[in-house]
Design a protein around this ligand. Structure first.
Ligand code: 48N
Length: 287
């Protein structure tokens, strides 16, 4: 493939020039936008905690079905994507069992069809495509390197039952280092619907499930069971639901909440459960 010559290549002779800029212009370009986002999203419609494969699939589905909703994704890592950058044990191909292949086709990703499952050549191809298409929706905001370190829980106006009404956030490095500093207070984002997809491992895995126990909304964790692909995947998809008023749980975090099996290196249930979580969020929003 012969590269088309264009001005950049021709200027590589030492004459390449950028337009002039001041450092303050760069800082202000970021500050103006991010602080406006924080101000506007202090009240969101749906907050999704965790930008792994389940959380991102939920965000994509929700944004495509409901462009009217302000969707705010909170991700503790600098890099979103959770555990979906590798297929399993450093191997890169990603296995997805049918019928979750329908979502892969919607994203326009090529794959090999193996009959009752498909294989994408690299998990990063799935995750980077899903991430870029999700972020392209105008109603989606991603706050990464930001941790949810608590839930906002109010008595429900009508029933007086405990209802999850938002999240408490902090920079992840602060959230992980509270015991090294005097109290570094967090920020808040209120929303009538919270979707928790914080996974089953990692520094903050199963965050909301664990917080529900300590907050008295759940008697005890079910604790994820051993690997069984055929039991695990339908259990996670069919079990995705509103586990407490205002809080939908999905993806592998649900295995810790319910005590369902793990499925190992197959990702169809992350897709199916993320899609179901989006429909649950709409049901709650519209109720
Ligand atoms: O990828 P994960 O961990 O979670 P899921 O449920 O989206 O996908 C799980 C999947 O990758 C598997 O585990 C596969 C299928 N294996 C199964 C098995 O048997 O092992 O993403 C969770 C995301 C991560 O990016 C975390 O950084 C983030 O959630 N997170 C948080 N973000 C903000 N605040 C928190 N408190 C928090 N806790 C976790």
């Amino acid at each position: 493939m012969t590269r088309q010559k264009h001005d950049v290549v021709e200027d590589y002779d030492g004459s390449y020039k950028f337009a002039p800029i001041t450092e303050a212009e760069v800082s202000r370009a970021m500050i103006k936008r991010y602080m406006t986002t924080m101000y506007e999203r202090a009240i969101s419609d749906v907050v999704i905690v965790g930008a792994g494969s389940a959380g991102l699939t939920c965000a994509y589905t929700l944004a495509s079905l409901r462009p009217d909703l302000k969707i705010t994704i909170i991700e503790a890592n600098v890099a979103p994507g959770g555990g979906a950058w590798l297929g399993g044990q450093l191997m890169t191909p990603m296995v997805i069992r049918k019928p979750a292949d329908r979502f892969v086709r919607e994203l326009g990703i090529e794959y090999e069809d193996e009959g009752h499952f498909i294989v994408i050549k690299h998990a990063a191809l799935f995750t980077s495509t899903l991430l870029s298409k999700t972020l392209a929706f105008p109603n989606v905001v991603l706050m990464n390197a930001t941790a949810v370190e608590d839930l906002i829980i109010h008595p429900d106006a009508k029933s007086q039952n405990q209802r999850v009404g938002g999240v408490v956030t902090n920079w992840t490095l602060v959230a992980l280092n509270h015991d090294t500093q005097s109290c570094m207070d967090p920020n808040t984002i209120t929303a009538p619907v919270i979707v928790s997809a914080t996974g089953h491992d990692g520094p903050m895995g199963a965050f909301s499930a664990k917080r529900m126990v300590s907050a008295g909304l759940l008697k005890e964790l079910g604790n994820m069971r051993g690997l069984d692909m055929n039991r695990a995947e339908p259990a996670i998809v069919n079990g995705t639901r509103e586990v407490a008023p205002g809080l939908v749980m999905t993806g592998m975090e649900l295995s810790e909440h319910d005590g369902s099996n793990r499925m190992g290196p197959t990702f169809g249930a992350m897709i199916g459960s993320g899609i179901k979580a989006a429909h649950e969020a709409i049901r709650i929003w519209d109720s």
